[in-house]
Write a protein that binds this ligand. Sequence first.
Ligand code: GLU
Length: 479
Amino acid sequence: MKERMRFAPSPTGFMHIGNLRTAIFGYLYCKHNKGDFIVRIEDTDVARKVEKAVDLIFKTLDLCSMTVDESFKQPGVVGPYIQSERLDIYRKYAIDLVAKKEAYYCFCSEAELEEQREASRNNSSAFIYDGRCFKLSEEEIKMRLARGDKYVIRQKIKKDGISVYEDLVYGKIEVENRVLEDQILLKSDGYPTYNFANVIDDHLMGITTVVRGNEYLMSTAKYNLLYDAFGFPRPKYIHLPLVLGEDGQKLSKRNGDASFMDLYNEGYLSEAIVNYLALLGWSSADNKEIFTMDELIDVFDVKRISKAPATYDVKKLQWVNAHYIKKLQINELRDLTIKHLSNAYDISNIDEIWLDRLIKLYQLELKYGKEIVKLSSLFFEKNVVYNDECLKFLQDNEVKKVLSVYYNYIIDMSDFSIESINKMINDIKINNGIKGKMLYMPIRVVASGLMHGPELVETLYLLGKDKVIDRLKDYLKEV
Ligand code: GLU
């Protein structure tokens, strides 16, 4: 049977790292098995719905090269693909379940439920709905429905026995039925709960494998009872380990959670983000770390998903991103960096060839696009600010002598090309007997403000004679 896998985001805002990781794992599993990737929008939580979130979900998938086989944009035969357009379907199935005595109308008001909760609190026991409405007579139910009383539909869970299923990551999961609540399936506003809709939709959409976060690992026991009550075959399950922040807590805004768009806008490449997220809780048998999407699809093995929580590590993401940046062609590198430069500096009159050379100068050290702003500031700011290490170095008498020599050479240069700069440095070496670190370090530090910076001759060239002279003058004046 062809695999059918769904990604089922709730449109509640940006696409966060954890969510995107779920999409990627599902996609890799699906495509490794030559299956169809379906996107279903789970928008039944009306209060949390955010406008434009759906567009962002599709934009993100597109930028990450995840091809969607079915969604409301390219429907197959199992639509609608948006839950709010399926309300009649949920109602029909909920009522079917009532007829089978596997669900029941519950008329308890919020105030009554609060009373029941209060009673549990007083007994120091966890509240679990006691199922009293299951005992209502047919007549009473009919009468209350006819009267227009507000109701929800609840799942009837038989409290004896144990629910067991096999998760492809976590193995055998066992939950005692007595701890399972008669959960609400259909709310009083006619919307289904996630708990109900996911079962109905996954069944009607022919989903063969459910891939989702492990926050659903335990409640899947209840979902399975629904599958059984309807007589639907259960799907396979892949629950994914949590993603933690570096502080060991669940990833959140406070400990570094980012949305895909945040990262993308900072100049992380989508290939790198996908590559990095694929490593968040999964590893290849040979521990290789750099993969294209096709390679990931090829080697993805669900058995290698770890049960242990994964830690979102920005440094590792940067390492992966830097790897991809090193391979960019100049036009791609320009696309990645230019908007950041133009936001930070006035580059409107700057020669394009010069700009390309500048960007190229940093290609090997750039970890993300926006970093170019900080790295290249020495080319745009009038003065460089020397840190303590540089200041200490520049105070040396020997350094001062070397820089006076440089000053005298450079001031006389009529041409400040790469060749002339190379020749000038070589002349200083031969004529003045300056060599090794003393030949390069003083001029590097004075011109760039860095002990370790980009390639020296190219840096001097891009700074231009005037800036180099100005910085030398400032320094010589002060010592
Ligand atoms: N809409 C759910 C969420 O965003 C999806 C859970 C699932 O994939 O079943 O958490």
